[in-house]
Design a protein around this ligand. Sequence first.
Ligand code: HEM
Length: 180
Amino acid sequence: MKGVVFVELLSMAESAFGEATVDNVLDEADLDNGGAFTAVGNYPCDHLIKLVEGFSEKSGASPEALQQKFGFWMLDFFEKGYSDFFVGKENSFDMLEAIDTEIHVEVLKLYPEAELPSFTTERFGDSQFEMVYSSPRPLVEFCQGLIEACIERFKETATIERTAVPNQPNNTRFLITLTS
Ligand code: HEM
């Protein structure tokens, strides 16, 4: 997993819980890189999970809620750092449709070592959209946060129904129905 993701997680945690908590969690997590992350490095995803658990213990927020919060944080970060990807997208469905076909494709060209999920998408009329997220990493809550943030970014409101896909443990189905 790209170092930038870790750097941003620590930055979100610092703004939410303060520097002392971040130092504490990094110490206690006892990671094999000594808790030192650079944006250009690559680190195992389980380090991220361990850090989220640490922040959960210190803050009382659930790991699921923290991953979702981090999804919001990262969408904001992506928009600031990679605004080109948002150009020409008129609504959340346009944006979500482009992740697998365009955005993550470009990300992989920039960072060949990135570990990205895959998505299949389908539109049902103007107000419903299905997205099947596929990843071996336990980041489904992070994905949900990104999706919710994307909907908010386009000033839309929606309900999201999330279901497991039978016999496909790496897959999760999101059914998004616009309510505005
Ligand atoms: C709403 C839109 C997006 C969604 C739902 C989404 C989804 C995800 C998810 C769930 C992951 C975690 C990896 C995994 O689950 O296996 C991920 C990783 C990543 N995404 Fe996206 N993404 C979105 C937009 C973007 C944009 C706009 C960029 C622009 C640069 C981007 C770049 C990345 C990068 C760099 C990673 C980390 C890869 C790694 O750590 O190796 N994503 N994305």
